[in-house]
Design a protein around this ligand. Sequence first.
Ligand SMILES: [Zn+2]
Length: 129
Amino acid sequence: MNKPTDDQDLRLRLSPQQYEVTQHAETEPPFTGEYWNVKDDGTYSCIVCGTDLFRSETKYESGSGWPSFYEAMEDGLIETREDRSHGMVRTEILCATCGAHLGHVFTDGPRPTGLRYCVNSASLDLKRD
Ligand SMILES: [Zn+2]
């Protein structure tokens, strides 16, 4: 696992898009990210700090164009906060370990949780099984 690091190191280590998404809460355009259409088995971890966040078993086809999960691997891995940007009230999701922006969580997901964790590919690193 990588340790959370300083800003200059992050700029070197991440792609410009990964940096903008995780550090400035940018959103990658839908249907463009690395993982929205990936069905491989594995663990999705935070691109910044390497903490494991989501398992492929909870990834599902949401039609949104972003990787979507109905559940995080464990309680406490994901932090939420209210996001009132862009004239909407949404719930932002962040890596609880390093504070990286991941995406948003919505309540229109499938059973059993009814949640849709809508995550930028740029925030994730898939470790295939
Ligand atoms: Zn992190």
